[in-house]
Each structure stands twice: as structure tokens, then as C-alpha cells.
Design a protein around this ligand. Structure first.
Ligand code: SF4
Length: 243
């Protein structure tokens, strides 16, 4: 797996660069990233960009923040090399912007947001096709190594229940009750046979998580409101860098 896209955001008073990995090792039911032509994942024609080119681009930009996203960034063979350059040579803050947590979060990463799909392994296997044992172990390991961790999950009626979200929150709280936790409402994709949760259901999941954690948030956006939020939020206003 390789990076295929580099974007830059100059609206936050610093040069934040995002690197997009092509592909993901999970097979989640209802994954929007893998829906062809949905405009979320890469098109077939996207070319892969090597570590050398990316390092040159980061140096030229003078990136002060480097976020690795995907697909799934932790499966990228160049991740460690690029993170080391960004962190050690540029002095940039490095973050795993979002991840399924299936691999160890490498050194030279300051922050990571991991989506814990389910804490019940049977639910996790049914939903993603993979066990959650490494996800839970990697999350704890990263926290213990001093990486600033955030957790998230997706509430999906019929798959990830409010009770399950409460279980994920309890797992995170066992590590540190102050770790931020965000619950996202599932946004349906064609032919997956899944519905979005109601606002009340998202509220119920937030309450279930708040029994364990201090810092819990939830969002219940649909495709339209998500696009509007993106357009209004400077954090999303980025442009592609030709590498
Ligand atoms: S981890 Fe994310 S990108 Fe990967 S299959 Fe699941 S929903 Fe899709």
C-alpha cells in the first residue's frame, strides 16, 4: 500500500499536510470509502507516490503538521520513514488522523485517533472481517508509550448498538477516563441495507459513553449536512499538492 494524494491546509496559521494512503485491510459492512465513484476513496487512476517524493514535498512546504490518513494509514510501508523525517528533521507535529488501529502506531507519531469499531470480538469480526484483539492492544500500547490518543466509533443500528458503544467507552476508560471519545452516526451507502441512527439514538449512545468517560461528543450528520459543515469549517479547506 502506498500514499497517493497530498493535500495542504494553510487556514489554521500553519502548514498542515495530509497524506492519504490507498486501501484498507478491513472489510467493513457499509464502508463509504470502498464504494466506487462515491468520491471518498481513490479512483483507479490515482498513481502511487513514493517516500522520497513525499519527503521532498514536505521539506519544500516546510510542513509544521503532518497527518496520515486513508484508507488505513498504518498499513503503509513508508509511514515510519516519513514520520521520522517529519518529526525529527522538520520538527513537525505528526498525527494518525484516523485509523482502524489494526497495526502498532509507530514511533515519531505524536497523536492518533483510532476508530474502535466494536469491543465485542464477535461483533467486530462480523462487522469488519477481523478480530479486534490487536486493535485493543495497539490502542493501550500507544497510550502507554505517551502518544496522545483519541477514540471514536460509528453507531450503526443493527450492528454497533448503544450498548456496544457503552462497552467501547468502558474499555477506553479503563486506560484513561480523560481520553476524548467521539461517536459518529452511520451515513448509509447504497446497497448496504443499513440505516442511519436517529438523533435520539446518537444522544442515547453519548449518554451511555458518558457513564465511563468525561469527554464524549456525538455527531449525526447526513451527506448534505456533512458537505455544508465541511464547506464552513476552515480545517477542511485544503488543496491538493502536485508531487
Ligand atoms: S476501516 Fe474504514 S476504510 Fe477500512 S473498511 Fe472499515 S470503514 Fe472502510
Amino acid at each position: 500500500m502506498a500514499f497517493y494524494k497530498v493535500t495542504m491546509n494553510e487556514n489554521e496559521g500553519h502548514e498542515r499536510v495530509c497524506l492519504y494512503n490507498k486501501g484498507c485491510n478491513f472489510r467493513c459492512i457499509g464502508c463509504a470509502y470502498k464504494v466506487p465513484n462515491a468520491g471518498i476513496g481513490p479512483s483507479e487512476s490515482e498513481k502511487e507516490i513514493g517516500a522520497k517524493q513525499i519527503i521532498e514535498a514536505l521539506r519544500k512546504i516546510g510542513a509544521t503538521k503532518v497527518h496520515f490518513i486513508g484508507g488505513e494509514p498504518l498499513i503503509n510501508a513508508d509511514l515510519i520513514k516519513i514520520a521520522e523525517f517529519a518529526h525529527e528533521e522538520l520538527g513537525a507535529k505528526t498525527a494518525i488522523g484516523h485509523s482502524n488501529g489494526s497495526k502498532r502506531i509507530p514511533d515519531f507519531i505524536d497523536e492518533a485517533t483510532v476508530s474502535i469499531k466494536a469491543v465485542d470480538d464477535a461483533v467486530h469480526r462480523a462487522y469488519t472481517g477481523m478480530s479486534n484483539s490487536s486493535v485493543l492492544a495497539n490502542f493501550k500500547d500507544a497510550y502507554e508509550r505517551g502518544i496522545k490518543m483519541k477514540a471514536s466509533t460509528v453507531l450503526i443500528p443493527g450492528i454497533v448498538s448503544i450498548k456496544e458503544v457503552g462497552g467501547i467507552a468502558a474499555f477506553v476508560a479503563d486506560i484513561d477516563g480523560r481520553i476524548p471519545f467521539h461517536i459518529t452516526a452511520y451515513m448509509p451507502v447504497p446497497d448496504a441495507g443499513l440505516r442511519a441512527p436517529t438523533e435520539q439514538e446518537v444522544g442515547g449512545a453519548v449518554l451511555a459513553a458518558k457513564k465511563h468517560l468525561i469527554n464524549v461528543s456525538g455527531s449525526a450528520l447526513n451527506a448534505e449536512s456533512f458537505s455544508k459543515t465541511k464547506a464552513m469549517n476552515p480545517a477542511f479547506r485544503s488543496h491538493r499538492v502536485e508531487v
